[in-house]
Write a protein of this length. Structure first.
Length: 584
């Protein structure tokens, strides 16, 4: 049974917190990380600081590299180059972690277990192993103290964010929003229960879908810090992308055709994840996608397994049972970061895809509004006007010419300035879309993912379109109209009576009237304050001049002077503070 870390918190001593805080402060000052991050400047310095600060900060940077809605494109690019500098745990430590987590010895579960890991990252390291029945598996073991370190850093972060609330608005990023996103993602990352559930669901939905393969998760052998999955042969797809084309024209043509087929398989499967499953891989970078070419016997064995999967699970695939698959397979890895969409969000995304065809700013703007939360008053006219100016240069570009991360970051800034906040699931989808498109563009520069997504969107609309529902809605509208039709003469008579008796009122709302009236109210307040101070000074002067032989009246007049002087100083101080805050 996998434990949930939220139900068993690690006790952290004050001394550990103090030592960690001093370490963080030293590195932050050395690289000027706060100033650079808030202003989104010098991403290289921030990356170096993250690497020095260890697993939590490395994982934070990796998370932010997938979120162009939270940081600038320069930062997402720099954070994608983060290098793990966590030392490899020796076998004794690994065996102790496995024993503590599962209650079993490694030798009891596995027929063989490689003591040296073949991969190591900030959260854990991965070993090859064989089950007792000879099945090849990989075992991911979390580093000791990672959970304690993450909790310490998150508590320090939370205090830092609470302090930042009293500072002036920084404009570019929202620290509280970033903190919430990072905390959720980090806790999911160190809680293997989440990755187990994601891996099992993704396996059921996508394994054996054409050439797509997904490792099987052994939940019964896994624990909170241990993850066991089937071994999937292959190398990162980046090596396949780097392979040069043959100098032989005929061979090069076959290579291009194969790459085109790989690109189409990736795109069709990803679109299926979004529109059919509503559950997609949110981080499909080349390191999480393997490519493997098999020999004849391996292909026959894979086809037999595929037919078995089809019979047992009743899966629908992009190819029919009688179709022969090529001699290569694509494998997805790492299910710690996944996206899930609601039906309403899917509908909104489809509306945007269809609206892009129209190149009509208002239609695109209306579609964007359906996938955003409103954080304040919205002036739709101003939003559509600004969106039209922003999109104008992109209207004449092909999709392959658009830098999606930069475009997304600018659209997010535009939405924020209009009190709109894109839902995190949507920004996660767009980033995943952009990552996969980078791979597809190298495989087949002529293939645009939008060209593949658009037919899916239309098919989705047709599948969800109901003639019966449309007829019923139209009939209901017609019934209501017929029912209201006899009342039209009465309504017209009432309108004429209102006009002739002078009881009509005309309400006019001016564009930008709220800021105008707010400034007008401030001006009136200051004018009233000036009049009161003037009256106080004038009254005090009369009291002082007429106080001969009356000390009490003299003191009253002087008190009025003092009060006036203090009020004037307070008003000047408030005005200077406001100007300084706005300038900052």
């Amino acid at each position: 049974m996998v434990k949930d870390i939220s139900s068993s918190p690690v006790e952290i001593t004050r001394q550990n917190k103090r030592q960690r805080l001093l370490e963080i402060v030293h590195v932050i000052r050395e690289h000027d990380m706060v100033r650079n991050f808030i202003r989104q400047k010098e991403p290289h310095e921030v990356r170096l600081g993250f690497e020095e600060l260890g697993p939590t900060f490395i994982k934070i940077g990796q998370i932010l590299s997938t979120r162009p809605d939270l940081v600038s494109p320069a930062y997402t690019h720099e954070f994608s180059n983060l290098q793990d500098n966590v030392p490899i745990d020796d076998y004794t430590t690994v065996a102790q972690t496995f024993r503590t987590q599962t209650g079993q010895e490694i030798s009891d579960v596995f027929a063989s277990f490689d003591e040296q890991p073949f991969a190591s990252a900030s959260i854990g390291q991965t070993h090859h192993a064989l089950l007792q029945d000879g099945t090849s598996v990989v075992v991911k073991i979390q580093h000791p103290k990672v959970q304690e370190l993450v909790q310490t850093d998150m508590e320090l972060f939370e205090k830092a964010v609470s302090i930042s609330k009293i500072a002036p608005d920084i404009g570019v990023i929202d620290p509280e929003e970033i903190f919430q996103e990072i905390r959720n993602a980090l806790y999911n990352e160190i809680n293997t229960a989440t990755e187990i559930r994601n891996g099992q669901e993704f396996y059921e939905l996508n394994h054996s879908d054409g050439i797509i393969r997904v490792p099987h998760t052994y939940a019964e052998l896994s624990a909170q810090k241990v993850l066991v999955t089937s071994y999937m042969p292959g190398d990162s797809i980046k090596y396949y992308l780097d392979e040069p084309l043959s100098s032989d024209v005929q061979v090069a043509k076959q290579q291009r055709a194969e790459r085109k087929a790989v690109a189409e398989a990736l795109v069709k499967n990803f679109v299926k994840q979004v529109f059919d499953d509503n559950f997609f891989h949110a981080d499909p970078h080349p390191g999480n996608i393997l490519f493997k070419r098999f020999d004849h016997e391996e292909i026959k064995e894979d086809n037999r397994n595929r037919e078995f999967e089809r019979k047992v699970r009743g899966k629908k695939t992009s190819l029919r049972a009688k179709d022969d698959l090529p001699d290569y397979r694509i494998t997805y890895l790492d299910f710690g970061m996944m996206g899930r969409l609601t039906p309403n969000l899917v509908d909104g995304i489809i509306q945007i895809i269809l609206a892009l065809n129209t190149k009509d700013t208002r239609t695109i703007g209306q579609a964007i509004l359906t996938i955003c939360n409103r954080t304040g008053p919205l002036d739709q006219g101003k939003f559509f006007e600004e969106l039209g100016i922003f999109l104008q240069p992109y209207m004449q570009m092909g999709l392959g010419q658009v830098d999606l991360p930069s475009l997304l970051f600018e659209v997010i800034k535009l939405c924020r300035s209009n009190n709109l906040q894109a839902k995190s699931e949507v920004t996660l989808l767009v980033k995943a879309f952009a990552s996969l498109e980078g791979i597809v563009a190298r495989l087949d520069p002529t293939l645009a993912m939008m060209d593949v997504a658009r037919p899916f969107a239309k098919e989705y609309l047709l599948d969800h379109f109901s003639w019966k529902g449309l007829v019923e809605d139209s009939a209901l509208d017609l019934f209501q109209s017929l029912k209201a039709a006899p009342k039209f003469p009465l309504k017209i008579e009432q309108l004429i009576n209102l006009l002739t008796t002078g009881q009509t009122k005309l309400n006019i709302q001016l564009k930008g009237q709220e800021p105008f009236f707010a400034n007008l109210a401030k001006l009136i307040d200051r004018l009233v304050a000036a009049l009161i101070i003037s009256a106080l000074i004038l009254g005090s002067s009369l009291l002082v001049q007429g106080s001969a032989g009356h000390p009490a009246i003299y003191k009253l007049g002087v008190t009025g002077y003092i009060i006036s002087f203090v009020v004037i100083l307070l008003l000047i101080g408030y005005s200077l503070h406001t100007r300084f805050k706005n300038r900052k």
